[in-house]
Design a protein around this ligand. Structure first.
Ligand SMILES: CC(=O)c1nc(NC(=O)[C@H]2CNCCN2)sc1-c1cc(O)cc(O)c1
Length: 130
């Protein structure tokens, strides 16, 4: 009957739904799986902390997120990685950067509008104690 566990369980249900919504949006296709180092051999020489939505879904299941802020930090990482790996003024790189910024803005807005702010406060309080 631990209320903290109830709260974290509810957070995981919410974050799985977030992952699903983001991963199901065709715009964000390139962020859904780890970058394939066979296809993109120089990726890990440039990007030190790869992140993707499938990995984030696994992190939810492994109880790695104790509040929405931790989840958004990984969304931010996906975005920053794409901006770093695609700096050129070409239309290809520009489109990927635009997609990365859309992912970040969409995730923040989804959480801001669908998550009760004092629920997040409660999660952050629990995270602090652990
Ligand atoms: C996610 C990401 O950052 C990414 N960036 C790319 N950049 C380029 O291809 C640019 C780099 N500059 C020179 C011109 N090409 S491709 C790519 C990607 C796309 C997918 O469909 C799956 C996947 O795993 C990774």
């Amino acid at each position: 009957y631990d209320t903290e566990e109830h709260t974290l369980r509810e957070l995981r249900i919410f974050l799985r739904d977030m992952c699903k919504k983001l991963a199901n949006n065709r715009l964000f296709f390139m962020f859904t799986k780890p970058v394939d180092t066979e296809e993109v051999p120089d990726y890990t020489t440039i990007i030190k902390k790869p992140m993707d939505l499938e990995t984030m879904m696994m992190k939810v299941d492994f109880h790695k997120y104790e509040c929405a802020r931790d989840f958004l930090n990984d969304i931010e990482l996906i975005c920053q990685n794409a901006l770093e790996y695609n700096p050129a003024r070409t239309s290809a790189d520009k489109q990927i950067r635009h997609r990365a910024c859309s992912l970040r803005d969409y995730a923040y807005t989804l959480i801001k509008t669908e998550m009760d702010s004092d629920f997040e406060d409660k999660c952050q309080e629990i995270a602090k104690k652990r």
